[in-house]
Design a protein around this ligand. Structure first.
Ligand code: IMP
Ligand code: MG
Length: 194
């Protein structure tokens, strides 16, 4: 445990998903994705929804023994210290030379909450006429995810709490926690005045 760990840990109220559970589930998801690959002779464009999914993506793709290319798209529905979705917007378009037209696309995001982000990202992808589209999310808040926005691959269903860690942030921080955690209420309460 690094000497600085208490600095982050003192903000944590509880751990919802520990490191080992995440690692095990990511491996299982990779197996499911590999088994369901529409055509193993063709590559999949894995589209990372920045920023929250980068750690999930990095772990996931190292368990995927398939042909793949990587693209990124910047989309978010939370700004700064907000913990309630503000309506999604795309802030960074694909900047890779990768064409989605005629490709198999796997969108990878950190969490399916209100669904605004994934609805927008999926529509943006579908406008480019890919051959197939699927979505993988590490987390889902099931009571909130609307019926029209579903993910084919879901790591964990979690309670409706604002979580941080393993890529997810609060006001830009805590992405480097190795587990999924809920912060102490006073950390979020700070945000109300912001
Ligand atoms: P949605 O558009 O409400 O589904 O939210 C999706 C995006 O909001 C995610 O990709 C996250 O970046 C962010 N988000 C939603 N819930 C949380 C949370 O509990 N903690 C941190 N970020 C979240
Ligand atoms: Mg995100």
């Amino acid at each position: 445990m690094p000497a600085s760990a208490p600095i982050l840990n003192k903000h944590i109220d509880r751990i919802l998903v520990d490191q080992k559970s995440i690692a095990d589930r990511v491996r299982e998801l990779a197996r499911e994705i590999t088994e369901n690959h529409p055509d193993p002779s063709e590559p999949v464009v894995i589209l990372c929804v920045l920023n929250g999914s980068i750690i999930f993506l990095a772990d996931l793709i190292r368990h995927l023994p398939i042909r793949m290319m990587l693209g990124v798209i910047g989309a978010s529905s939370y700004r700064g210290k907000e913990t309630v979705s503000q309506g999604a917007s795309i802030w960074h378009r694909l900047h890779t030379p990768i064409e989605l037209t005629g490709q198999h696309v796997l969108i990878v995001d950190d969490i399916l909450d209100s669904g605004n982000t994934l609805r927008l990202v999926r529509r943006t992808v579908e406008e480019q006429n890919p051959k197939s589209v699927a979505t993988a999310v590490l987390l889902r808040k099931p009571d909130k995810a609307p019926p029209d926005v579903q993910a084919e691959y879901i790591g964990f269903d979690i309670e409706d709490a604002f979580v941080v860690g393993y890529g997810l942030d609060y006001a830009g921080e805590f992405r480097n926690l190795p587990h999924i955690a809920v912060l102490k209420s006073e950390c979020y309460a700070d945000a109300d005045g912001d």
